[in-house]
Design a binder for this molecule. Structure first.
Ligand code: F6R
Length: 607
């Protein structure tokens, strides 16, 4: 959600910033811009729409030679997507410009105050108050860090800000509060960005900034200051193991397809070094300091929430731990009973989702323990939780989350195994069997993906006419049905609802007619005959039915999509991939923007 890149170095800043913005495109945006200082003047170039519109504008300007600058992709919150509302926003006197991610909640009050001081506003954004506020403070304080410190202390809400000023050519200042910001350290060049891929071709050495810190970078130096006292803060430098390749399409047409196809590798990476087959045990030192949870509260949003729902029965069956799964935006406001010994598991690919982060903070404030399950290293949830298990999936670029869910499911299997052994719930032969199946899973999935893509393509073409449909499942497969529906609607814009199959007759079946297909997940488990009866109810009402099932299903439906028969719950990984590919092929066939669906952002850092 919005992207920031700031560059201070020796290369032409325009090129580095444009490249960085393109690598942040996946976060979702509707306008873009950059600011540079050249010949002692502030230059701001902005455009509505995609980055190519910004490039077109730059092509008509005198070339910029500046080697310092800031850039931004904006996902509109306050004010429509337009050139005026795009960032960077300069102050009144054109002496500084800044870019901002997040929301300034008290912007209306600050704006009135600034207007009384004579500031005139040129945009409808909340961000513009920051430019004027810092500029006013700069006149009083004389130094940019001091001005930022005083101004930001008056701001309520969330922000990651990067700023350039005529006061300090060749420098960039940045600060954050509840919105990610990372420092990239190069040779004779330094970066600030909202996500690592923005500067990955230049450096893998990073520093994660904390709330209430201000950073100053020049081409040859960087310094992190306490946001209030402005005293120097020592920071740890971290080496990121991702390479540039992992943030590129590698020959695939879309990131989403690449990330689906990567899932066998994702499972292997998530398991790597975390199992010991000889002792039939897991190796998760991250959990060493945590006692066996009495009850687990899984808190997450969207796809991560579906991963939590999928894992619920597994925690219960393998470890005997009762589980509540709650959408984070509800969890943060609902009163509930969390007791001594309960553990909150905050599941988030990005580790920055505002609702999940707020749920974590609230739980910690009440004295409860929180474990993070995150993909992004050093993200807010990872840092603020009492412990973190990383899913090790590598950067997920496509807005529609795919491999992240696969890695979360794998990691939660490991957690269930760990607690199953700890609580004496799973004996050694059971653990040995599960570990063996887990180790075999990546190869099974690898062998299936290509064939699955062909089936997905055929069925997507056959059902591309539909405007609404159901995804049905029972048990663990209900969670996967919800995810199948979410994937289809978010990238193909076809209305799809996931339902527990047995719930159909309590209302939803009224929708069924010959133009309303149903996609059913029928894994051949103990509930198979009940699910098949539910499907007959749909067929009787003229609804087309596509059934995803292991070979050998003898059922009168419109299409059978054979999914190899492997042991539950691991068969979930095959069903999940099938539905991801179906949604992908449908979106491609309908000509939609697969990797950047409309209205969506990769990381939802606002409430
Ligand atoms: C769907 C999707 C979203 C995210 C949700 C949570 O494809 O990407 O539903 O799953 O916004 O994001 P994280 O996992 O980063 O907390």
């Amino acid at each position: 959600m919005c992207g920031i890149i700031g560059y201070a170095g020796h290369r032409p800043a325009v090129t580095v910033i444009l490249e960085g913005l393109k690598r942040l495109e996946y976060r979702g945006y509707d306008s873009a811009g950059m600011a540079l200082i050249q010949n002692k003047e502030l230059n701001v170039v902005r455009a509505k729409g995609k980055i190519r519109e910004l490039e077109d504008k730059l092509a008509f300007q005198d070339p910029y030679h500046a080697t310092t600058g800031i850039g931004h992709t904006r996902w509109a919150t306050h004010g429509l997507p337009s050139e005026e509302n795009a960032h960077p926003h300069p102050d009144q006197e054109q002496k500084l410009a800044l870019v901002h991610n997040g929301i300034i909640e008290n912007h209306a009050r600050l704006k009135r105050e600034l207007q009384q001081l004579g500031c005139s506003f040129r945009s409808e954004t909340d961000t513009e108050v920051l430019s004027h506020l810092i500029s006013q403070e700069l006149k009083q304080q004389g130094s940019v860090p001091r001005a930022m410190s005083t101004a930001l202390q008056r701001v309520e809400g969330s922000y990651a800000v990067a700023l350039i000023s005529l006061n300090g050519e060749g420098r960039i200042w940045a600060a954050r509060h509840s919105s990610p910001l990372i420092l990239g350290l190069g040779q004779g060049e330094n970066f600030v960005a909202s996500d690592i891929p923005a500067f990955l071709p230049y450096t893998r050495e990073v520093v994660f900034l904390e709330d209430n810190e201000i950073v100053q970078i020049t081409p040859s130096s960087w310094q992190v200051l306490d946001g209030s006292s402005l005293e120097h803060r020592d920071k740890e430098q971290v080496h990121i193991s991702w390479d540039v390749q992992s943030a590129q399409k590698s020959g695939y047409r879309h990131f989403m397809l690449k990330e689906i196809m990567e899932q066998p590798r994702v499972i292997r990476d998530c398991l790597a070094g975390r199992t010991d087959s000889s002792r039939a045990t897991t190796l998760l030192p991250e959990l060493d300091h945590l006692p066996l949870p009495r009850r687990l509260h899984i808190v997450a949003c969207g796809t991560s929430y579906h991963a939590g729902l999928w894992a619920r029965n597994i925690f219960q069956d393998w470890a005997g731990i009762p589980v509540e799964v709650e959408i984070a935006s509800e969890f943060r406001y609902n009163r509930r009973i969390i007791q001594e010994g309960d553990l909150i598991l905050a599941v988030s690919q990005s580790g920055e989702t505002a609702d999940t982060l707020a749920g974590l903070r609230q739980a910690r404030q009440l004295g409860h323990r929180v474990l993070g399950l995150c993909n992004v290293l050093g993200s807010s949830i990872a840092r603020e939780a009492d412990g973190v298990v990383y899913t090790q999936a590598g950067p997920e670029i496509s807005v529609a989350s795919t491999k992240a869910m696969c890695s979360q499911m794998t990691a939660m299997l490991l957690l269930a195994l760990h607690w199953g052994r700890m609580g004496g719930f799973l004996d050694e032969p059971a653990r040995r069997g599960i570990l063996r199946e887990l180790e075999e899973l990546p190869a099974i999935l690898e062998a299936e993906l290509e064939g699955m893509q062909q089936t997905a393509q055929r069925l997507a073409r056959k059902y591309a006419w539909c405007r609404s449909c159901f995804f049905l499942g029972r048990g663990d497969h209900f969670a996967l049905a919800l995810e199948g529906a979410l994937k289809l609607k978010e990238i193909s814009y076809i209305h799809a609802e996931g339902y527990a199959a047995g719930e159909m007759k309590h209302g939803p079946i009224a929708l069924v007619d010959p133009e309303f297909p149903t996609f059913a997940l029928a894994p051949g488990n103990a509930l198979q005959s009940k699910l098949l009866s539910n499907l007959q109810e749909v067929r009787t009402r003229g609804g087309p039915v596509v059934c995803l099932a292991p070979p050998g299903l003898d059922q009168d439906v419109d299409d059978i999509w054979e999914i190899p028969a492997i042991q539950a719950p691991l068969n979930g990984f095959l069903f999940l991939s099938a539905m991801q590919l179906f949604a992908y092929e449908m979106a491609v066939y309908l000509g939609k923007d697969v990797d950047q669906p409309r209205n969506l952002a990769k990381s939802v850092t606002v409430e």
